[in-house]
Design a binder for this molecule. Structure first.
Ligand SMILES: Nc1ncnc2c1ncn2[C@@H]1O[C@H](COP(=O)(O)OP(=O)(O)O)[C@@H](O)[C@H]1O
Ligand SMILES: [Mg+2]
Length: 536
C-alpha cells in the first residue's frame, strides 16, 4: 500500500533540517509535533520527526487585510494559492532504498543521517512497516513498551542496550512512571536481560496495588512467582505478606558516607564529616556504635586523644541517636543477608526490598546506600576475578538497581559521595547500572543526567525539568516540543541508547493481558520445579 502523501520538500539544510510545503487538503491539525514521518528521497528513505508547523501567505496584503468572515468556502479558495502551511522536519535515520518488495528483515538496519534529499522529495505519513524497520519486531530482547500515538503496532526497546548503561524514567506525578517501571522490569525479568534489585520505598512493586482508577493491579512477585524474592525491613508487614526475608542493618555497617547523605534529614552540622572521620580513624567499623555508647566523660577522653571538637561530637551523638531508634537497626548485623542477596542475584533471582512502614526519606536513603555499597563491592570483586580467570561461569550477570526519588541520592551536593553517584558515573564497568525514577529531574546532578543512556519521560511542565531530561541530547528544541505535546498520562517520549531514534509512545497497558504476555500463571512443569529446587 502506498503511504499517504503530506507534501514536498522545498527548502532545507543538513544542520537545520528540511522545510516541507504541506499539500492543499492536508491540514496542520492532522499533524503533531513529534510525529514520526517519512521523507522519500531518490536513493534514501529518511525517518524523521516533525519539529514545527508554520502558517504562510504568498501575498502579505492578505494578512494585513484578512477576510472578515472566513467561511469554509473562502478559506478553501485561498488555501494552496494565497495561503499555505509548512512543516519543519528533522531526518533522524536513513535507509538506502532497495526494491520495494524486499522484506523488512532482509534490509540492513537504518543508518545515521549523512545527507539530505533534493527539492520536491515527498513527505509521507509513516506506515506500520516503517515503524517496524526502525524499531524492530517484537520478541526476545526486543520488548514492546507501547504503541505510536496514532497507530496500534508495537514500539520496541532493545533490553540489552537498556541495561547496558544507567537509564531514567521521568515525568510529573501521575504520568505513569511507576507503572512503566513495572512494565520495563517485567520485560527484563521475562527475557533475562539482567537481574534486578528494586528499592521499593512505597511498597508498590511486589504485591497487589490499587491504581488511581481503583483497579487492583498485580505486583512482580505475583506475575513471576519465585523468580522474584521479596525482602522487607518491616517485620510486621513481613508477617502479613508473603515476604521471604526480613532485613536488618547493623550499626557496624553504617559508614560516614551514609551519615553524610542524611545531612538534611538529620539536620547535621558542617563539622560532621571531620568528626565522623576522626571517630572512624580510632574505632573503624565500630565508630557509630562507640559514639552512641559514649558517656560525657568518654566524649571528653576521645576528643582529647583525637583532637575532635567536644561540642561537635556531642551534637553528632545526639543527632545520630535517631538512627539507632529505627526498628530495623541492630547493634551488630552480619553482611550475610546482603551477601545472600548477591548469591540469589547470581542464580538469576530478582530482589525487591520493601520498606513497609519505614518509608521516610531517612530510612530509604540509609538502607539503600548501605545495601548498594556492599553489593557493588561484591560485584567489583566478581568482575576482577572474571578478568583473571576469563571462565564464562565467572562472568557476573548484569545487575540493574532501581531507585525512586532518585534526586535524593543524586543531587549535586551528594552525587559525588554516594555509591549511586559512583555507579552512574563509572558506567557499566562492574556490570551494575541504575534505573532512576524521578518526578523532578532538575534535582539530579547534570553530570549524572548526561551519563544516562536511555531516557523515558512523561509530561513535564517546569522548564528546568525539561532542560534536565534533555541534558546532552542532540536537537533539544525538537524534543522539547515533543515532550511538551504529550498527554498528562500514559504517554512518554522515548530516547537514547535503547532505541534507534526518539519516539513518542503510548504506554502499554499494565493489565490482565500484559500479565498473560509475561507468562503469569503459566503451568510450570515438574522438570522446572525440580530444576529450581535441586539445580545448583
Ligand atoms: N501503563 C499503564 N497501564 C494502566 N494504568 C496506568 C498505566 N500508566 C499509568 N496508569 C494509571 O495512572 C496512574 C498513575 O500512574 P503511576 O505510575 O502511579 O504514576 P507516577 O508513578 O508517575 O506518579 C495509575 O494509578 C494508573 O491508574
Ligand atoms: Mg510513582
Amino acid at each position: 500500500m502506498k503511504r499517504k502523501r503530506l507534501g514536498v520538500v522545498t527548502d532545507g539544510a543538513f544542520n537545520a533540517g528540511l522545510t516541507v510545503r504541506l499539500d492543499p487538503g492536508c491540514s496542520t491539525e492532522d499533524l503533531r509535533i513529534g510525529d514520526f514521518v517519512i521523507v522519500e528521497g531518490v536513493h534514501n528513505r529518511y525517518f524523521s520527526m516533525i519539529a514545527d508547523l508554520q502558517l504562510r501567505a504568498t501575498d502579505p496584503t492578505l494578512l494585513a487585510n484578512p477576510p472578515r468572515d472566513a467561511s469554509p468556502f473562502i478559506t478553501q479558495a485561498l488555501s494552496g494559492i494565497n495561503t499555505y502551511a509548512t512543516v519543519e522536519v528533522r531526518p533522524r535515520l536513513m535507509l538506502e532504498k532497495g526494491d520495494e518488495f524486499t522484506f523488512v528483515d532482509e534490509l540492513s538496519p537504518p543508518q545515521p543521517v549523512r545527507t539530505i534529499p533534493m527539492h520536491f522529495a515527498e513527505l509521507c505519513q509513516a506506515d506500520a512497516m516503517d515503524f517496524r524497520s526502525v524499531f524492530g519486531e517484537e520478541g526476545g530482547r526486543n520488548f514492546a513498551l507501547g504503541t505510536p500515538l496514532t497507530m496500534d503496532i508495537p514500539i520496541c526497546v532493545k533490553l540489552d542496550r537498556l541495561v547496558e548503561r544507567s537509564n531514567g524514567i521521568f515525568g510529573q506525578t501521575g504520568t505513569g512512571k511507576s507503572f512503566l517501571a513495572r512494565i520495563i522490569l517485567s520485560g527484563i525479568i521475562r527475557s533475562e536481560a539482567a537481574v534486578n534489585l528494586i528499592f521499593d520505598m512505597h511498597s508498590e512493586y511486589a504485591f497487589d496495588k490499587q491504581s488511581e482508577d481503583g483497579i487492583w493491579v498485580k505486583g512482580l512477585r505475583q506475575i513471576f512467582g519465585s523468580k522474584v524474592l521479596v525482602y522487607s525491613l518491616d517485620e510486621k508487614a513481613a508477617a502479613r505478606q508473603n515476604v521471604d526475608v526480613t532485613l536488618q542493618i547493623g550499626l557496624n555497617q553504617i559508614e560516614a558516607e551514609d551519615v553524610m547523605l542524611l545531612a538534611d534529614e538529620l539536620d547535621l552540622r558542617p563539622t560532621t564529616a571531620a568528626t565522623a572521620g576522626l571517630l572512624n580513624d580510632v574505632y573503624r567499623e565500630d565508630w557509630l556504635q562507640e559514639l552512641l555508647g559514649m558517656s560525657p566523660d568518654g566524649v571528653q577522653a576521645f576528643c582529647q586523644a583525637s583532637g575532635a571538637h567536644p561540642e561537635a561530637t556531642t551534637a553528632l551523638q545526639r543527632k545520630l541517636r535517631a538512627i539507632k531508634r529505627r526498628g530495623y537497626v541492630a547493634e551488630q548485623a552480619h553482611f550475610n543477608i546482603i551477601d545472600d542477596m548477591v548469591a540469589a542475584l547470581d542464580k538469576g533471582k530478582h530482589i525487591i526490598l520493601q520498606f513497609g512502614r519505614y518509608s521516610s526519606a531517612l530510612d530509604y536513603m540509609l538502607v539503600a546506600n548501605v545495601v548498594t555499597r556492599r553489593i557493588r563491592r561484591l560485584y567489583q570483586r566478581k568482575v576482577e576475578r572474571y578478568e583473571e580467570t576469563k571462565e564464562p561461569g565467572d562472568a557476573p550477570r548484569p545487575l540493574m538497581i532501581t531507585i525512586e526519588e532518585a534526586h535524593k541520592f543524586l543531587n549535586p551536593t551528594v552525587a559525588r559521595q554516594t555509591i549511586f553517584g559512583q555507579i552512574a558515573r563509572e558506567m557499566r564497568k562492574y556490570n551494575v547500572t541504575l534505573m532512576v525514577i524521578d518526578q523532578r529531574p532538575s534535582g539530579i546532578d547534570p553530570e549524572v543526567m548526561s551519563q544516562l543512556g536511555t531516557r523515558v519521560s512523561g509530561k513535564l511542565t517546569e522548564e528546568r525539568d525539561i532542560d534536565a531530561v534533555l541534558t546532552g541530547v542532540a536537537d533539544r528544541s525538537t524534543l522539547r516540543g515533543a515532550l511538551a505535546s504529550l498527554d498528562t498520562r500514559e504517554q512518554v517520549l522515548l530516547m537514547g541508547h535503547a532505541v534507534p531514534m526518539p519516539i513518542q509512545v503510548r504506554t502499554r497497558k499494565y493489565d490482565e493481558v500484559f500479565y498473560g504476555d509475561m507468562g503469569a500463571g503459566e503451568v510450570r512443569s515438574a522438570v522446572q520445579d525440580m530444576a529450581e529446587l535441586f539445580g545448583e
